[in-house]
Ligand binder design. Structure first.
Ligand code: GDP
Length: 468
């Protein structure tokens, strides 16, 4: 009776969990990049193309037919927001296509595949299930790893030194100059300083600067307004008595590291197997040499997170587990004629070279690519004063008008861009790299067709192909 039933249920429960653990492998794919790098668009198009497999010839498991079906499933982590795939896809594929809302926080989506193994194995065993858990998170949050090793005094000194050279920092620096660092903390003063500082960081980002810690000041999520996000860098005064403005800011900075930074690395980052780092390299090139140099520095910081041993706390947490593959992808390649894609990839590689060498050393396989998650343009060669110009044509985001653009020629030698960036000059000497913003093109997708892209299939093959 009851006992026997209970026993059977118990046995079923065990066999279900055994099969879950042993026969249904899970790939945890992290998708990151600084804000506006293209994470949301990447995941949306990747999932749409994987679900339909219509435009994935370079993903071998798709083109060979090994993937029998792909379907979305409830994710395993109940407390992490779900990546809002359906809404984002509707934005891109509706009657009036528009870009979806960008990543603000961490989110997750589970895509599952039924895969028929090929060869002898396939003949013996039936199809198996492989789960792909996609974890979307802001690259800004990775920058925070560097804070774990940094005292408030050092972080403040570095941040203030960087701000000195920037015009748009004037208001924040004036606010710092106007407070008494040794006075007792008054909440309105702390709030004002932190708001000024956040405003400065937002402007720095808008100007193309990438090194903008603390990451949560740009993308606060549900913690906006709480004391852990109400601090700012201040020069260290001679006296730092208890309860003073400086001392309290130092306390909050430490709380930020403990309550915000560490939980993210523990709960999300430490579980990732494969990682794609999206980079808006073209956007930075457009913004000028300083933005490129800043992007290079930010990439080195970001990639430090994938370097075991760099941070003692993180090494302890990972216990030898490491990311197996990292893809560095320059996004929005549809802004360039394909003739220049190789050059963009070379710049992408050069940007991450330092960090990449170290990640290679740590055993992760890495690759660099130029991709477009959604292709919003078509190529067109125009004749201009007897010269052929390789252009791209699309609908301009601002005016809604169709236009063909010649975005300028990227140098063949990526070192030229990096050297010019390091020189600290305001503008490029001999080139004018124009970047326009295109609206997503209206799509009429046939059943089984994913949105058009550039090399998204190649990216997928690198990231997950060996596991399918
Ligand atoms: P996130 O902040 O990393 O989530 O960035 P999004 O995915 O929201 O992308 C930011 C913006 O970049 C979008 O709104 C688009 O304007 C642009 N974008 C992203 N991916 C592409 C692409 O593949 N092609 C083009 N032309 N634009 C893109």
């Amino acid at each position: 009776g009851d006992i026997a039933d209970g026993l059977t249920r118990g046995v079923e429960g065990i066999s279900a969990s055994v099969s879950g653990v042993f026969f249904e492998p899970v790939i945890r794919l992290g998708v990151t990049g600084l804000s506006r790098a293209g994470k949301t668009v990447f995941i949306t198009s990747l999932v749409a193309n994987l679900l339909d497999r219509g435009r994935m010839p370079q993903l071998v498991a798709a083109s060979s037919g090994a993937i029998r079906t792909a379907y979305l499933q409830p994710q395993p982590d109940d407390t992490v927001p779900r990546f809002d795939y359906e809404t984002h896809l509707a934005a891109l594929t509706g009657d009036a296509p528009h870009w979806p809302d960008s990543t603000r926080s961490v989110s997750q989506l589970r895509l599952s595949f039924r895969v028929q193994p090929s060869g002898l194995m396939g003949a013996i065993s039936g199809p198996r299930t492989v789960h792909l858990d996609i974890v979307d998170y802001p690259g800004e949050w990775l920058l925070d790893l560097a804070l774990l090793d940094k005292s408030y005094t050092d972080w403040s000194a570095e941040t203030l030194a960087r701000a000195q050279g920037r015009e748009f920092a004037a208001s924040y620096l004036a606010a710092v100059g106007g407070v008494d660092l040794t006075a007792r903390l008054e909440e309105p003063v702390a709030k004002e300083l932190s708001a000024e500082f956040a405003n400065y960081l937002h402007q720095a980002r808008a100007q193309g600067f990438s090194d903008c810690t603390p990451g949560r000041f740009l993308l606060p999520g549900e913690m906006a307004g709480s004391p852990v996000l109400t601090f700012a860098p201040l020069p260290k005064p001679a006296q730092t008595g208890r309860g003073t403005l400086w001392r309290e800011m130092e306390r909050r900075y430490e709380a930020y590291k403990r309550e915000v930074v560490k939980p993210f690395f523990r709960d999300h980052f430490s579980k990732i197997d494969r990682q794609v780092v999206l980079v808006d390299a073209l956007g930075a090139i457009h913004s000028g040499p300083k933005a490129v140099e800043d992007l290079r520095e930010a990439m080195a910081e970001i990639l430090g997170a994938f370097r075991p041993g760099r941070n003692a706390w993180l090494s302890q947490l990972l216990l030898g587990k490491r990311v197996e593959k990292i893809l560095f992808a320059a996004t929005k390649a549809d802004h360039l004629h394909h003739r220049q894609h190789g050059r963009l990839t070379a710049i992408m590689s050069a940007l991450v070279r330092d960090a990449k060498d170290r990640a290679d050393f740590a055993g992760a396989r890495t690759a660099a690519m130029s991709i477009a998650s959604i292709r919003a343009t078509v190529e067109e060669t125009l004749n201009h004063d007897g010269q052929n110009l390789d252009c791209v044509r699309g609908t301009l985001l601002d005016s809604g008008k169709q236009a063909a653009f010649y975005p300028g020629e990227l140098p063949e030698d990526p070192a030229r861009i990096l050297a010019a960036a390091k020189s600290g000059k305001e503008a490029w000497l001999d080139a004018d790299y124009e970047i326009m913003r295109f609206a997503p093109a209206p799509l009429t997708l046939k059943p089984g067709e994913g949105p058009p892209h550039i090399r998204l299939d190649k990216a997928a093959e690198f990231l997950i192909g060996d596991r399918l």
